[in-house]
Design a binder for this molecule. Structure first.
Ligand code: MRU
Length: 351
C-alpha cells in the first residue's frame, strides 16, 4: 500500500477519508491542494502530515520562483498557510522549518533560486526516506518489549500505521514486527470516535496483513482490560514534550488511565521528529478543535439535536506518569523522561 507518492511534479495521496470503502487518490500539483488535504484529514498521522507538508513546500516554492524578487516573502506566506492547517502534530512544523532553514542557508550562501528548488526537492524526499528508516528501527526496538511466546494481545487507539507514516508505521510497525516474530497474537483496535481511524484505517491495515484484529468501541476498552483480554497498550503520538507528556488522538488519555488501573503497560511509539524539545510540558501543547458536525453526524446522518453545543477536541495529552515507555528509533526510553529526552535533544543537536 502506498499512501503517498511523489513523481517530481505531483504528490499523489491516498484519500484516507474514503477508506475502507473506496480507494481514491488525490493528485496535488499545488501546495493549496495539499493544505486542504491535511485540513480535511485526507492525509493524516503526524509523520505523514510532515512529509506531505515538505512536498507541498516544493510545489509552493516552484510557484514562488516565478517572481524571484518576491521569492522569500511568497515562501514565508506559503509556510504560514501550511502551518495553519493543523496545530497539534509537531511534525508539520518540524518539516516546514527544516525546509525553510534550507532556503535561508542557501540564500545566505548566494545560491540562486533554481538551485535552491533542486535542493528543496531532495530535502523533501529525504524527510520521507528518513521516516521509512525510522519506522524500521522503531518496529525492531518495540518488538523486543514482547516475549516470544505469542500469547500477548495488545490494544491500540487511532491509526499509527502505514497510512500515517512513510512505511509500516510506529505503533503498527511494532505490532507488525512483533506479530511476524510470534510475540503478539491479536490486536484490539478502538474504533476511535468521532472519525473512526481505528475501525476504518487500523483494522483495514491489519486485515490486509492477516493480523488478527478485533474492533471495539472506545467505551469498551476498560471492560476488555478488566476481562484480561489485553496485556499491553501501544499508541502513536502527535507531540511529546521534554517531560514525556504525550499528545495523541482524543481518547488516548482515557486508555492510559484505564491501563494504569489494570496494571497494563502503556507504550508510546514515536520518532524523534514527534518530540518538541522546545516545550516543557503537555499543558503548552495546542489542541486542535474540529467542527461540531464530526460529532453530531454519523455516516452522513444527523444523530444529535439541531444546534446542540458540542466539544470536539481532536487530541488529548497523557501525562508522563501514565506512560510506561516511549519507543523511538534510538531505543526505548523510560522515566525519568526529562533526563532521557534531554539526552535525545543533545544527540539530535538541540533541534
Ligand atoms: O487526527 P489524526 O488522524 O491525524 O490523528 C492521528 C493520531 O493521533 C496518530 O496516533 C498519531 O499521529 C501518530 S501517527 C504515527
Amino acid at each position: 500500500m502506498q499512501a503517498m507518492q511523489w513523481d517530481g511534479t505531483c504528490l499523489t495521496l491516498l484519500n484516507q477519508t474514503m477508506l475502507p470503502n473506496k480507494i481514491e487518490y488525490i493528485c496535488c500539483n499545488d501546495y493549496r491542494v495539499v493544505a486542504d488535504a491535511i485540513r480535511r484529514l485526507e492525509v493524516r498521522g503526524a509523520p505523514a502530515i510532515g512529509a506531505a507538508a515538505a512536498f507541498a513546500f516544493v510545489l509552493g516554492a516552484r510557484e514562488a520562483a516565478q517572481d524571484t524578487e518576491r521569492f522569500w516573502d511568497t515562501v514565508l506566506n506559503m509556510v504560514h498557510e501550511l502551518k495553519m492547517t493543523r496545530p497539534t502534530a509537531v511534525n508539520l512544523f518540524w518539516a516546514l522549518e527544516r525546509m525553510l532553514n534550507l532556503v535561508q542557508h542557501n540564500k545566505q550562501q548566494g545560491r540562486g533560486v533554481e538551485e535552491i528548488l533542486g535542493l528543496l526537492e531532495r530535502e523533501a524526499a529525504a524527510i520521507f526516506d528518513e521516516d521509512k528508516k525510522i519506522n524500521i528501527e522503531i518496529s525492531k526496538n518495540g518488538a523486543e518489549l514482547f516475549a516470544k511466546d505469542h500469547s500477548v494481545a495488545v490494544l491500540t487507539h487511532c491509526n499509527a500505521g502505514a497510512l500515517a507514516t512513510a512505511a509500516q508505521g510506529t505503533a503498527l510497525g511494532v505490532i507488525r514486527e512483533a506479530w511476524a516474530d510470534g510475540r503478539i497474537s491479536r490486536v484490539f483496535a478502538d474504533e476511535t470516535r468521532p472519525l473512526l481511524q481505528g475501525a476504518r484505517l487500523t483494522a483495514w491495515e491489519l486485515t490486509q496483513d492477516g493480523i488478527p484484529v478485533t474492533i471495539i468501541t472506545d467505551s469498551m476498552a476498560g471492560w476488555v482490560m478488566k476481562k484480561g483480554l489485553v496485556q499491553a497498550v501501544i499508541v502513536g503520538a502527535d507531540r511529546i514534550t521534554l517531560n514525556g507528556d504525550v499528545a495523541n488522538k482524543i481518547g488516548t488519555y482515557s486508555v492510559a488511565v484505564l491501563a494504569k488501573e489494570h496494571g497494563i503497560p502503556f507504550y508510546v511509539a514515536a520518532p524523534t521528529t514527534t518530540f518538541d524539545f522546545s516545550m516543557k510540558c503537555g499543558d503548552d501543547i495546542p489542541i486542535e478543535e474540529r467542527d461540531a458536525s464530526e460529532v453530531t453526524r454519523f455516516a452522513g446522518n444527523c444523530i444529535a439535536p439541531d444546534g446542540v453545543d458540542v466539544f470536539n477536541p481532536a487530541f488529548d495529552v497523557t501525562p508522563n506518569r501514565l506512560v510506561s515507555a516511549i519507543i523511538t528509533e534510538f531505543g526505548v526510553i523510560r522515566a525519568p523522561f526529562d533526563v532521557a529526552i534531554t539526552k535525545l535533544k543533545v544527540m539530535k543537536g538541540g533541534i
